[in-house]
Every structure is written in C-alpha cells, then in structure tokens.
Design a protein around this ligand. Sequence first.
Ligand code: ZN
Length: 243
Amino acid sequence: MALAELQKLDLESAALRKAAEVYPRQMAELEREFGAARGAVEAERARLLDVERQRRTLEQNIADEKEKVKKWEGRLAEQRSTREYAALAREIDIAKKANLTMAEELVELGKGMATLRETVKQKEQEHLARVEQVAGRLAELRRESENFAAQVKGLDGRRAAAAAQVHPPLLQRYETVRRRRMPALVTVVAGTCQGCNMNVPPQLYNTLKTTLGTDVCPSCHRIICAPEAIEPVAPARAPAAKG
Ligand SMILES: [Zn+2]
C-alpha cells in the first residue's frame, strides 16, 4: 500500500531527525566547556601579570628608598647640631630597615612568581591537550551530524516519489492527521483501532477487511485499514515439486 510506504519513510525520517538532535547540543556543550578552560588559563595569566606589576613597583620603591638614603647620608656630614644629626641618622636607619623588609618581600614575590609561572605553563599545556581533544571530538560530531543530514535528504527524495503514488485526497488527509499525531495510518485488529484502542463499528471493520481500502477512525480520526491492506497475505502457491 502506497500510503503505508510513505508513512514508513516519514517515521524513519522522524527517528533520524530525533537522533540527530543530540549533535548541536553536544557541540554547544563542548564549546562551552572549552571556553571555560580557556578562561581558567587566562585567569592564571592575569594573576601572573598582576604579580609582575607588584614586583616592578616594589623594585622601583626599593630603588627610590636607596636613592633617598644615599642623599641623606650625603647630608649627614653637613649637620651642625647633634640633635639634627641624630634625627637624620634615625631617619636613615628607618629607611634602611624598610628597604630590608621590601627586599625580603621581593624575594618572596620572586618565589611566588616562579610557582605561578609553573602553574600557567601547566594550565596552558592542559588547555592545548584539551583543544586537540575537543577539536577532534567536534570534527567527529560534525561528520556524524552531516551523515544524518545526508540520510534525511535521501529519505526526503524517496518520500517525494512515495507521495506521488498516493491518491491525492488520501495524501491530503494523511498530511492533516500527521501534523497532529503519528502514526496517522493505523490498522484495525479484531475490530480495535490500533491508534486509540477503541472499537470501530463492526460494519466499518467488515468493509475494511473486504475492500482492503481505507477509512477514518470515528474515535481518533486517524486513517484506518485492515492489516491485510498493508501487508497482503501471500497468495497460496502450489508447493514446489520435490525431485
Ligand atoms: Zn482510532
């Protein structure tokens, strides 16, 4: 039966489209994950830059302080009063101590930076490995998705040919029902519509069986037919002569 063939193609096509729905989702998920990983690397790089800035500031401060101490030490000899001399000497002492503290901070910062550089390097390597992995998986998903699309396209071509074989008013009816419920064509088995499980009037059932035509289920409005209309019972054949 032409309509049954058409419906078979439609069901197959729907199943393919449904199966292919996972691809855009999976690809978006990979891209999102990928973006998050790149963000993590960038955050580490930003931290490193920040520490580098701190170090430059600290180095500048140390240089400034040293310059100041040198200037003050030069002025020390010019001091007339003991009180002024002592005051300046104390200032110099404080500045030297501060410088020492900053120098220690600089050493610690240097250690921290070495660790941070290692972390950045490691994260970058991890990210690169992930990039390759993700790119490979994305290409795979794209291939599979294209494969599905090609199959669907092939089915669309076969569908056009199959639809041309269906009597136009029946095709129209099928298209109307199909938009609301699939399958749109169902069989009636032992008087029961296989679409809605309701009994059809016995007269209608008998007609379907004898004419092998189609009608409409009074309950669900699907197109109904006898099972034999879809898969005709093989005509009785004379048994092959055995020799
Ligand atoms: Zn029904």
